[in-house]
Design a protein around this ligand. Sequence first.
Ligand SMILES: [Zn+2]
Length: 202
Amino acid sequence: MYAESIGRLIEEFKSFPGIGRKTAERMAFHILVSKKDAATKLANAIIDIKEKVHPCTQCFHITDTDPCAICSNEDRDAHLLCVVEQPKDVLAIERMGLYQGKYHVLLGAISLLDGVSERDLTISALLNRVKAEGITEVILATGPSMEGDTTALTISQRLEAMDVKVSRIARGLPTGSSIETVSKAILADALETRRPFKNQGA
Ligand SMILES: [Zn+2]
């Protein structure tokens, strides 16, 4: 019922999370009636995100420069490292506007259920950074979930032999939530009131 190219665009939009047929049709027709410039800008933005955006080779945050803007910012405290699961957690903490250290993105969390082990994450790169970059404190800001806790515990064990303070943000974060979804105030409080990470029997 549509010209083939409109039908194709509708199908593409329909594959987006949360987009049904009606919305997909509205989006396709919006593009159809918009200026050619606007459509080209959108198409180029999509191409750029796939071609130019990649993980930072230092912290594994997503970036189109390498190192990323955070790693290369000399005004930030290079001795303080906040460890998070995903790039979106970096964005959540950055939105708070209080944290002035640097980050390390694990690209996941240890999960027996999903078959994600320590080796699938960027933990060995993290240990190398702690050794090489003179890090004095590692803040474990993995999610307040079983996976986040397991990951934090594993990292704290790996860091035990190193001369570095290890702390964990936790207080006030609802169990099972994610760093990305908690409010700014709760996240700020959790970061402010971080506590030294103690291993069982350590
Ligand atoms: Zn970086």
